[in-house]
Write a protein that binds this ligand. Structure first.
Ligand SMILES: Cc1cc2nc3c(=O)[nH]c(=O)nc-3n(C[C@H](O)[C@H](O)[C@H](O)COP(=O)(O)OP(=O)(O)OC[C@H]3O[C@@H](n4cnc5c(N)ncnc54)[C@H](O)[C@@H]3O)c2cc1C
Length: 394
């Protein structure tokens, strides 16, 4: 077999799963020098960002959510990690990827798995009062300290726009915030408001559960909120219609953009367009069947969730394996996506309940109820993630 190069941009959830699956399945070809699988990432250290939602309430510590990428990347891979390996140019016509440190990589097959990033400036005024659990472990911990220091006041959880990673996370956070205040503070001295940009939170079955849950908790649940700006001096969020929500603590999910914003292969917001079933590149640079885009980096229209990333990684990994074996028949991404639902959090005064809600193209989510077992499995999953999911074993 002529030598083949597979190049994977990003060693987060999707990049690691695809790389590790191929490294395992093609270990003999790699050993014989017939195949090279190369992975690049601009950070040596990985965080399981899906755990950030729990950090302000102390459910996870740093070491639960942090690993060196070499911990989970197969030694059969060629791995380049750190700021020098930040991708700065992708030329699909020339099959060439350039990184910040000056090195250039070529490929026969390319996987773009660079995830999402944030654009705090998209909301005027937000930069001066940004408290969030979305952007980093440090930010999530700092937010926890601020919540813990409060004795009373108005807390606004603000989601300016879609798409965001895991659209269920802000409402899940709000449920846990309410349980935290009930258990450890005087809840009646606090107001909680959720400002949400769409009519629904998730598909109808998800929306009906969370709507009833927030109502029962006395959360002021504002839907279809159109933001104009944040006024950090007056401590108000101002809507397009002049409506104002005052706060003592503002917790924001900053607008998301694709990590490759500004590169010619991406759209204006940095998302890298892909076919919704084959996940092959279909963007401003043309159509490329040997280029796959998976996970949060992909089209704006495909929901951005770890569950989505997981299913897409298996489709891309399997199709690359078939390409390398010369098998024409492909498998398709059938739109599996999902979001864990939290009904309540375990505190001194409440028990944790959760459920994993999963749906796919054309098959709506069925009604569901969160359970105590669901919460335990959800918590457990964060440990399984490093040793099973990222290794491409499930
Ligand atoms: C607060 C929060 C809570 C969440 N909760 C859940 C949940 O409960 N359930 C769920 O299913 N999902 C959840 N998610 C979403 C889930 O974490 C993401 O969908 C998933 O991580 C996407 O995987 P990915 O591989 O596409 O991106 P990532 O895992 O983000 O990986 C992208 C990688 O690309 C690298 N990279 C970026 N740009 C470059 C560049 N230019 N050059 C080189 N490397 C680059 C990054 O360093 C990173 O390692 C949550 C996300 C957040 C932020």
């Amino acid at each position: 077999m002529p030598h083949k190069d597979v190049l994977i941009l990003g060693a987060g959830a999707v990049g690691a799963m695809v790389a590790n699956k191929l490294a395992r399945e093609f270990r003999r070809k790699i050993a014989k020098g017939e195949l090279t699988i190369t992975v690049l990432d601009k950070n040596e250290i990985a965080h399981n960002q899906a755990g950030f939602t729990f950090v302000p309430f102390g459910y996870f510590a740093d070491d639960d959510l942090t690993r060196h990428r070499r911990y989970y990347l197969s030694p059969r891979l060629k791995t380049y990690l750190g700021p020098d390996f930040q991708v700065v140019d992708v030329d699909l016509a020339d099959r060439k990827v350039k990184v910040r440190g000056g090195k250039a990589f070529t490929y026969d097959y390319l996987v773009i798995a660079t995830g999402a990033s944030f654009d705090v400036k998209a909301v005027p005024g937000l930069e001066k009062d940004l408290n969030t659990f979305y952007t980093s472990l440090e930010d999530a911990k700092a937010l926890g300290r601020k919540i813990n220091a409060m004795k009373e006041g108005k807390i606004v959880v603000f989601v300016p726009k879609m798409p965001i990673a895991c659209p269920g996370a802000p409402s899940k956070f709000t449920v846990m915030l309410d349980d935290y205040l009930r258990a450890y503070k005087e809840r009646d001295k606090f107001d909680i408001t959720l400002l949400w940009p769409l009519p629904n939170i998730g598909p109808p079955a998800y929306n009906s559960n969370i709507t009833a849950n927030l109502k029962e908790r006395g959360v002021n649940d504002v839907r279809e909120f159109k933001y104009d700006h944040v006024d950090p001096e007056r401590k108000v969020v101002v809507g397009k219609n002049g409506d104002e929500y005052s706060y003592d603590l503002l917790i924001t999910v900053p607008p998301h953009v694709g990590s490759l914003r500004g590169l010619s292969i991406a759209d204006e917001e940095g998302w890298v367009p892909n076919d919704k079933k084959t996940l092959q590149y279909r963007g401003p640079a043309g159509n490329y069947d040997d280029v796959y885009v998976a996970g949060d980096a992909g089209s704006k229209e495909i929901l951005k969730m770890g569950v989505t990333a997981h299913f897409q990684a298996f489709v891309v990994g399997e199709n690359l394996a078939r390409e390398l074996e010369g098998i024409e028949q492909k498998v398709y991404y059938r739109g599996h996506m999902g979001c864990p639902y939290v009904g309540s959090a375990p505190t001194a005064a409440s028990r944790g309940t959760a459920s994993l809600a999963v749906w796919k193209y054309g098959v709506p989510l069925s009604p569901f109820q969160p359970s105590r077992l669901g919460w335990r499995l959800y918590r457990m999953y964060y440990y399984i993630y490093w040793d099973t999911t990222l290794k491409g074993l499930m």
